[in-house]
Design a protein around this ligand. Structure first.
Ligand SMILES: Nc1ncnc2c1ncn2[C@@H]1O[C@H](COP(=O)(O)OP(=O)(O)O)[C@@H](O)[C@H]1O
Ligand SMILES: [Mg+2]
Length: 379
C-alpha cells in the first residue's frame, strides 16, 4: 500500500503537486475538517500535511488529533520559520515543518524522516490466538486486541486471518479485501514490502488486515510457508496478531516466531477439556511461558469456576473477558471493533489485555513468571 498523505487546509495546488512528486496521492481536506479527523474513529493517514500559511496560530484541533492518533506523522507547512509558531506546533505534536519556498527536496526529506521512523520496528511482537472450539469468541478477541495495538504501535500493526476455510476478520473490521493470505502464501518466495502492502487492506485506526480468502475452501496450510510469512511480517510490523485455525497443523506447527500464543476458552466443560489438551500440546511444542490461556464470556454464576478451570489446566487463567453478547454482536453487525465504538466493560477488558500484552515487550528482561503473575494477579 502506498503512503497515505492527507493535506489539510491548503488552497495551493503547487503544494499538492510537490506532495505528488514525492510519490503520494494526497487527499485534500479543508482546515475546518481537522476536528473530524481528530476523532478516534477516523482513519488517519500516515502523514498529515497541515498548511498553516494562511493562519496566525496553530489550530487547537491539531493537539486533539495528536492525542487520538499517536502514530501519524504531522508535517507543518509555514510561511516562514517563525519560532513562536514552530514551538506551538511542536507542543501540539508536529514532527516536521517546512517553510516557503516549498521545494520537492525539502518536503521529500521531511516525509522520509517521518516514514523512516514509522516503518522500522525496533521490536516486534507476534500474538497468535487459538480458540479451543468454534464460537468461543476468538476472532472477536483477536480483532479487538489488534485494534488496540494498532493505536499503540509506532510502526504498524497487522492482523493475519489464517482461517483460510472460513475466516471472518474482514467482517469484524468492516473492510472489503481484494486479496488474501492465500495470495501471500502462494507467492511466499516473491514477497517483498511493496507486494505485501498491495495484499493488505487498511481498517480503522491504521490496522492492516491480511484477510482470509473470500470463497473459503478446504485448503490446508503448509507449515513452512506459514512460518516464512510470519517471519516476514515480524520484520515489517511492530505488532502482528494472528487468528489461528485450531484444527490445522500447518498453522499450529508454524508459530515459532510468536511471542505469545493465547488459547481462548470458555467455562463450558467441553471447551475446558479442549483447552487443557490444546495448552498442553502448545506448551510442549513451544516454550511453556509463551502459552497463556484466557477465558471469554465469563459467567460468574457458572458451576465451573475459574479455579476449577485452572485446576484442569494445571496453569493459571491469564485473563478473563466478560460475557456481553449484545455488545459483541452489535460490533460485528456494524463491522466496527468493540474498542472503537463502545465504553462497555467488554471494550475496557479488551483494551486492558491489549495493553498488558504490549507491555510484556517493554519488560522483556523480566522472567516469564513475573508477567504471568502480573496478568493473573496471583502467584
Ligand atoms: N465476550 C463475549 N460475550 C458474548 N458474546 C460474544 C463475546 N465474544 C464474542 N461473542 C459472540 O460470539 C459469537 C462468536 O464470536 P467469534 O469471535 O466469531 O468466535 P470464534 O472466532 O471463536 O468462532 C459472535 O456472535 C460474537 O458476537
Ligand atoms: Mg473465528
Amino acid at each position: 500500500m502506498s503512503l497515505k498523505i492527507t493535506v489539510v487546509g491548503s488552497t495551493d495546488r503547487e503544494l499538492e503537486g510537490v506532495v505528488r512528486s514525492c510519490g503520494a496521492v494526497p487527499s485534500l481536506v479543508p482546515l475546518t475538517q481537522l476536528p473530524a479527523l481528530a476523532q478516534a474513529t477516523s482513519q488517519p493517514a500516515d502523514v498529515l500535511v497541515v498548511d498553516l500559511r494562511g493562519q496566525g496560530s496553530v489550530p487547537p484541533a491539531l493537539s486533539a488529533f495528536r492525542r487520538q492518533h499517536a502514530t501519524t506523522g504531522i508535517l507543518i507547512v509555514a510561511k516562514t520559520l517563525d519560532p513562536d509558531l514552530i514551538l506551538a506546533a511542536m507542543r501540539a505534536g508536529a514532527n516536521e515543518w517546512v517553510a516557503e519556498p516549498i521545494t520537492h527536496a525539502e518536503l521529500d526529506a521531511a516525509i522520509t524522516r517521518i516514514t523512516a521512523h514509522q516503518t522500522s520496528p525496533a521490536v516486534s511482537q507476534t500474538l497468535a490466538f487459538v480458540g479451543v472450539k468454534g464460537g468461543v469468541g476468538t476472532t472477536s478477541l483477536a480483532v479487538n486486541v489488534a485494534t488496540v495495538l494498532s493505536r499503540i504501535a509506532t510502526s504498524g500493526a497487522l492482523m493475519i486471518d489464517l482461517q483460510v476455510s472460513r475466516g471472518d476478520a474482514a467482517l469484524y473490521l468492516g473492510v472489503e479485501p481484494r486479496f488474501s493470505v492465500a495470495d501471500a502464501l502462494d507467492n511466499i518466495h516473491k514477497l517483498d514490502d511493496a507486494f505485501f502492502r498491495s495484499l493488505v487492506v487498511r481498517g480503522a485506526s491504521r490496522l492492516d488486515l491480511l484477510a482470509a480468502p473470500e470463497a473459503g475452501g478446504a485448503a490446508r496450510l503448509d507449515a513452512s510457508r506459514v512460518r516464512a510469512l510470519l517471519d516476514f511480517t515480524s520484520k515489517q510490523f511492530e505488532y502482528v496478531v494472528v487468528d489461528v485455525p485450531r484444527t490445522d497443523p500447518g498453522a499450529l506447527d508454524a508459530l515459532e516466531v510468536a511471542t505469545s500464543i493465547v488459547v481462548v476458552t470458555t467455562q463450558e466443560l467441553p471447551a475446558v477439556r479442549s483447552a487443557a489438551s490444546m495448552a498442553a500440546r502448545l506448551r510442549q511444542r513451544y516454550s511453556k511461558d509463551r502459552v497463556l490461556v484466557v477465558m471469554t464470556r465469563l459467567d460468574k454464576e457458572s458451576e465451573i469456576s475459574r479455579e476449577d478451570v485452572e485446576r484442569v489446566l494445571g496453569a493459571p487463567v491469564a485473563f478473563t473477558f466478560p460475557s456481553d453478547y449484545r455488545t459483541a454482536m452489535a460490533a460485528l453487525n456494524k463491522g466496527k471493533p468493540v474498542v472503537l465504538s463502545n465504553h462497555s466493560s467488554l471494550a475496557a477488558s479488551f483494551e486492558r489485555f491489549g495493553r498488558l500484552v504490549a507491555g510484556l515487550q517493554i519488560e522483556k528482561t523480566a522472567p516469564p513468571s513475573g508477567w504471568l503473575t502480573r496478568m493473573t494477579g496471583r502467584k
